[in-house]
Design a binder for this molecule. Structure first.
Ligand code: ADP
Ligand code: MG
Length: 229
C-alpha cells in the first residue's frame, strides 16, 4: 500500500525557521572560527588542509543562504503564462549530465493537451530542480526517473516517480520540515522551499513513497486555458 502524505500541511512557523537557520549557520561558523584561531597561531605545518575544510564550511553557508533566498523574495516576482513542459525540459537538460553520470535515465511523458500555467518560471524551475535532484540522490545505483504531465480537470499534474530507496513510514511526517535531512551534505530545505513556492502558485505538492520501491512527488497547479483570439 502507498502512504500518502500532504507536505503542504507542514508549513513551519517563522520563529521555528529562524531558530533553525541560526543553528544551521552557527555550526559551520564555529568551525571556521576555530580554524582561523589555529591558523593565526601556527607558524608552519600543513595549512592546506585547514583551508580546504574552511572552504567546504563556507560553501555550506552559501548553499543554505541561497536556498533560503527563494523564501525571502515576495517582491519583484513576475507571474506569466508559461508552458510547463518547456520549464521541465530546461530542468531535464540542466541535470542531464548529472543523471547520466549517476546512471539515471530520465523519461518524459508529456500530455499534449493544455499545459499552460501562470507562474514565476525561475521559482518553478527551482522546485523541479529540487525534486529531480532528490530523485537522483535516492538512486545511488542508478535507475529510472519518469516525469509525467497530465491535465486533470482544471489542473496540470506533474508526477516525478523514481526507483529509489523510498522513505520509511516513520520518517514520512518529517518530510518537508525545515532542516530535516537524511543526507550527509543535505540542507533539508529543498522540499520546504518547494512547498512554499507551489502553495504561492495556488497548487499542491504531495509525496508518496514505499521503501525499496520508490517515491513519487506529485505537483498539481491550476491550468490556464487558451483564450480564443
Ligand atoms: P535534502 O535533499 O537537502 O536532504 P530535501 O528537503 O530536498 O532536503 O529532502 C528532505 C529529505 O526527504 C531527504 O533528506 C530524504 O530523506 C527525503 N527525500 C526527499 N525526496 C526523496 C526521494 N525522492 N526518495 C527518498 N527520499 C527522499
Ligand atoms: Mg533535496
Amino acid at each position: 500500500t502507498e502512504d500518502m502524505l500532504r507536505t503542504s500541511e507542514k508549513l513551519s512557523m517563522a520563529g521555528q525557521l529562524a531558530a533553525g537557520i541560526a543553528h544551521e549557520i552557527r555550526n559551520p561558523l564555529t568551525v571556521l572560527k576555530g580554524f582561523v584561531q589555529i591558523l593565526s597561531h601556527s607558524e608552519t605545518g600543513d595549512k592546506g588542509r585547514y583551508f580546504e575544510l574552511m572552504e567546504s564550511e563556507l560553501c555550506r553557508i552559501e548553499t543554505i543562504t541561497s536556498e533560503l533566498l527563494f523564501l525571502a523574495k515576495p517582491h519583484g516576482v513576475s507571474f506569466e503564462q508559461r508552458d510547463i513542459r518547456v520549464i521541465l525540459q530546461e530542468v531535464v537538460v540542466l541535470l542531464g549530465t548529472e543523471a547520466i553520470m549517476r546512471n539515471v535515465l530520465i523519461e518524459c511523458d508529456y500530455d499534449d493537451v493544455v499545459t499552460m500555467v501562470t507562474c514565476e518560471a525561475s521559482q518553478l524551475k527551482q522546485v523541479f530542480v529540487n525534486i529531480v535532484k532528490n530523485a537522483i540522490e535516492a538512486m545511488p545505483n542508478g535507475g529510472t526517473l519518469s516525469i509525467k504531465v497530465t491535465r486533470v480537470h482544471d489542473s496540470v499534474h506533474i508526477q516525478f516517480t523514481d526507483e529509489g530507496v523510498g522513505i520509511p513510514a516513520e520518517s514520512v511526517p518529517r518530510i518537508g520540515a525545515p532542516f530535516y535531512t537524511t543526507k550527509p551534505g543535505g540542507t533539508g530545505l529543498g522540499l520546504m522551499v518547494s512547498q512554499k513556492i507551489i502553495l504561492s502558485h495556488g497548487g499542491t505538492l504531495n509525496i508518496s513513497s514505499q521503501v525499496g520501491v520508490g517515491t513519487t512527488a506529485e505537483i498539481s497547479l491550476p491550468a490556464v486555458f487558451p483564450t480564443s483570439p
